[in-house]
Design a protein around this ligand. Sequence first.
Ligand code: SF4
Length: 312
Amino acid sequence: MLRPKTKIRRNPGKNATPTIPVSLKKGRISMAKCSVCFRHCDIPDGKLGFCGGRTARDGVTEAFNYGRVTALALDPIEKKPLARFYPGSRILSVGSFGCNLRCPFCQNYDISWSEQARKYAETAETVSPETLVDIALETRARGNIGIAFTYNEPLIGYEFVRDTAKLAQDAGLKNVMVTNGTAELAILRELAPYIDAMNIDLKGFSDRYYTDVLGGSRKMVLAFIEEAVKNSHVELTTLIVPGENDTEDEMRELSQWVSRLRNPDGEAVPLHISRFFPRFHMQDRDATNVRTVYRLAEIAREKLPYVYTGNC
Ligand code: SF4
């Protein structure tokens, strides 16, 4: 784990960004509607939205987790995972707290949506975009190519991603975002000019799984991916969960859809198929059989040239 060496500052108010132009007055309490993701939370002033990472002030929503760093590490780029973007390099990976989905098997539950994650809202220290870029530049000699916004869901605090990525780009660094892809296209379009590569979860290909198990929106994710490939190198990740998204038919449908996409360089979009392990609130089943992962990867390869297996 890397620790910031330079001065840490808290609550940079200048970064508050309206996500809707007007506030809703309910009685005497000012409310703001967040337009970052499909939940469109109505947030009373000083309270948190569903994700725990956004708040409202004077009827305007802002990133409550702005620069609030819970994890900072220099990771191999393959760990994001990105297989076809500067292979062999490393990237300074930063995470905050909060998430807008509710995946019961979350590997990072301590910073996403557990009781522990809520505690980070009080204890996480704030690192400015300038400090983070300084750390990224200092670690260049160790193979670092830039900054990855990862670990928790970065889009719920997109203002920090935007402000940091702009500075990083000016400094000649690359920017990577690892995301569940559950945000409005307006948010993606604001970030896209600064994001060189993304790994986006495509967690399955049924609305039932996205809605009932993950608390998400498959429709929003598909639209996000289609837009993301226009500007950034995109790779996708599907975690195979026994009994949820592990049929050959579903993988055929998913890989068929992915095969229509092209990255900005004209290449096919890589797909990472990874193995589930029982974690957090989903401990009622075994880890995915390795043979199932390999078989589903074979099926995906009927449509896609770049398919990788993980956690096997
Ligand atoms: S980003 Fe958070 S606050 Fe905004 S709509 Fe989604 S869950 Fe609600």
